[in-house]
Ligand binder design. Sequence first.
Ligand code: ADP
Length: 245
Amino acid sequence: MKTELLSNLESQNPDATPEPALRLAGVARHYQTGNGRLDILKDANLAVQPGEIVALVAPSGAGKSTLLHLAGLLERPDGGEIFINGQPTAHLDDEGRTAMRRNGIGFVYQFHHLLPEFSALENLVIPQLIAGLSRQEAAERGMELLDYLQIGPRASHRPAELSGGEQQRVAIARAVINAPRLILADEPTGNLDPKTADHVFKALTGLVRESDLAALVATHNLDLASRMDRAITLSDGQIIPADLS
Ligand code: ADP
């Protein structure tokens, strides 16, 4: 059954538009190195639809972080266009990119990056206050999400007082608390033992599916990758389906 918060996340983001949450069209990205030019992406195309969880699997150095940074508007492409919820981004200045990132994209990293001096709940309240919600509403929404992720009893604990799996669930909650349409995750379970990783993975996928988010998840874990809707990899500067067999 859906919680009120999940329904709210959806109603703030009606799905009337068939636009992908993330679309890359002919994206190019290269770096200049001492040994010349390194082409990471040459003609990269990708669409991730609402409700879809896509695994990004590729060897180290292939360009996974580069792709996530581009999708998260943290880096600019050298060519092509990146659409977030159908909105082109190439023309945006830094302020416009920051606004689009804040409103539309949630990030989950391998390490939780929670604010250490604040409780789990406060880590969820702060981004909502920045987004303009009242403290009471922010606390109610934060508690609801912590309860959904089965860490309500840990709400008043600081990150250092939480287990690795609990820290990551709070980090996931923080990533979705302001109702983005797109989640970008870089090895979100890479630091966890297999059982905890499974628990955190289920929390992430449950949230994505129930609130119709889209997620692009870089992982080295082929078992988890095979449980996502599909897997992609990088080859010769292009995004292609990954063979997980
Ligand atoms: P992955 O996340 O798959 O390990 P990255 O996206 O971090 O790969 O990096 C892809 C390649 O681009 C690597 O060879 C890396 O050394 C190189 N690279 C990444 N960032 C830069 C940069 N700012 N300048 C030069 N080379 C870079």
